[in-house]
Design a protein around this ligand. Structure first.
Ligand code: HEC
Length: 112
């Protein structure tokens, strides 16, 4: 095997293992993508969260009003107001279906 071929193969193997490891745990994704608005504690009391009127996800009533399917849809497709203005962006390009599901389960745990 030519050294360049060997190098290419090991680079490919590395890329494949990196792709497999790409799914981050929900807590990490929450911190990196969501906490800015929803707060690390899910209360939405951050500067941006207050401005956008993010709901308090520790509130049992708020939780009861949210269906899992809607939560998934909101995360995948984003949240828009009646005028079509974006309140939360779509995460379909950044998070896998499994990561979104794990985040929904993570949000459910904020409930007091
Ligand atoms: C730019 C601020 C912002 C970021 C970042 C953000 N959101 Fe939101 N999100 C909102 C706002 C505003 C709403 C609408 C009010 C509410 O439900 O809190 C919302 C709503 C939601 C809802 C409720 C949908 C429903 O059924 O009512 C879920 C679930 C959600 N976000 C999850 C997430 C997740 C998961 C992330 C990170 C991957 C995230 N959000 C990142 C602003 C944000």
């Amino acid at each position: 095997m030519k050294p360049t071929t060997k190098l290419l193969l090991s680079a490919l193997a590395f890329a494949a293992s990196a792709a497999l490891a790409a799914a981050a745990p929900a807590a990490e994704n929450w911190e990196n993508h969501c906490a800015k608005c929803h707060g690390a504690d899910g209360k939405g009391q951050t500067k941006v969260g207050k401005k956008l009127q993010a709901k308090d996800y520790t509130d049992a009533k708020v939780q009861a009003d949210m269906k899992d399917a809607d939560m998934i849809k909101a995360t995948v497709e984003g949240v828009f107001d009646k005028a079509g203005k974006e309140r939360m962006k779509a995460y379909k390009d950044e998070l896998s279906a499994d990561e979104v599901k794990a985040l929904v389960a993570y949000i459910r745990k904020f409930k007091a």
